[in-house]
Design a protein around this ligand. Structure first.
Ligand code: PLP
Length: 225
């Protein structure tokens, strides 16, 4: 990746921002109720720097190791950046993840809950935690089955002492996303959770209409991967 990508990245950011503003107006929600997580996975610091310079402060990565390679230097140079882990987490990476990320969107099994609880206590850091729901019940996809969600969320709280902020979903690629977003919102509501991480480049406006508080947008900002 070269600095030739600077212009597309910042014009991508501007058009995503304009579409978020429009979607918020249509949904009669405040712009401030939706956090844009700029998904910078696979892009290097030359591509990320102009997006930071344009004012974006919240970024998402899907791999702990890639984030460790790219972000400590950028974060030292730009205080105020928040980094979100949006991809699957392995228990043996929980220590690094709690140390680096301000939010983790992929809590989906007891072993991760145990590892996170231990690291949150020992590092005295409290990343925002989202439980990932596998709304399409796809066997290859991470996340808790919708029918197991209430019990899992209760176990996060009662067994592991975790504070869960909200839910995350990734609809199946070939499905209309709206029913998946609506199901995620419904599960959140009945569990008293207010944060909804849903919507990507192709469907973030639909997600905002259905209550998203965090949209995870990569290619519409940075270009195709
Ligand atoms: C890559 C990724 C995104 C961003 O996808 P785009 O289609 O590039 O916007 C969002 N969420 C997750 C979990 C991802 O892995």
């Amino acid at each position: 990746m070269t600095t030739d990508n600077a212009a597309p990245a910042t014009s991508g950011l501007a058009s995503v921002e304009a579409e978020i503003v429009r979607a918020c107006r249509d949904a009669r929600c405040e712009r401030s109720s939706v956090t844009l997580v700029a998904v910078s996975k696979t892009f290097d610091t030359d591509a990320i720097a102009p997006v930071i310079a344009a004012g974006q402060q919240v970024f998402g990565e899907n791999r702990v190791q890639e984030a460790q390679r790219k972000w400590p230097e950028l974060m030292a140079a730009h205080p105020g950046i928040a980094l979100h882990l949006i991809g699957p987490l392995q228990s043996n990476k929980a220590k690094d993840a709690v140390g680096l990320f301000d939010a983790i969107h992929s809590v989906d099994r007891p072993s991760i809950c145990a590892a996170l609880a231990k690291e949150i206590a020992s590092q005295n850091r409290r990343p925002d935690l989202f439980v990932q729901i596998n709304t399409g019940e796809e066997p290859q996809k991470a996340g808790v089955a919708p029918s197991d969600a209430d019990a899992f969320i209760a176990a996060c709280r009662d067994t592991y002492g975790l504070t869960i902020s909200g839910l995350m979903c990734i609809p199946p690629a070939d499905d209309a996303p709206a029913p998946h977003f609506a199901l995620t919102a419904k599960i959140a509501k009945r569990n008293g959770l207010t944060q909804l991480s849903m919507g990507m480049s192709a469907d973030f406006a639909i997600a905002i209409a259905l209550g998203a508080t965090h949209v995870r947008v990569g290619s519409a900002i940075f270009g195709t991967r």
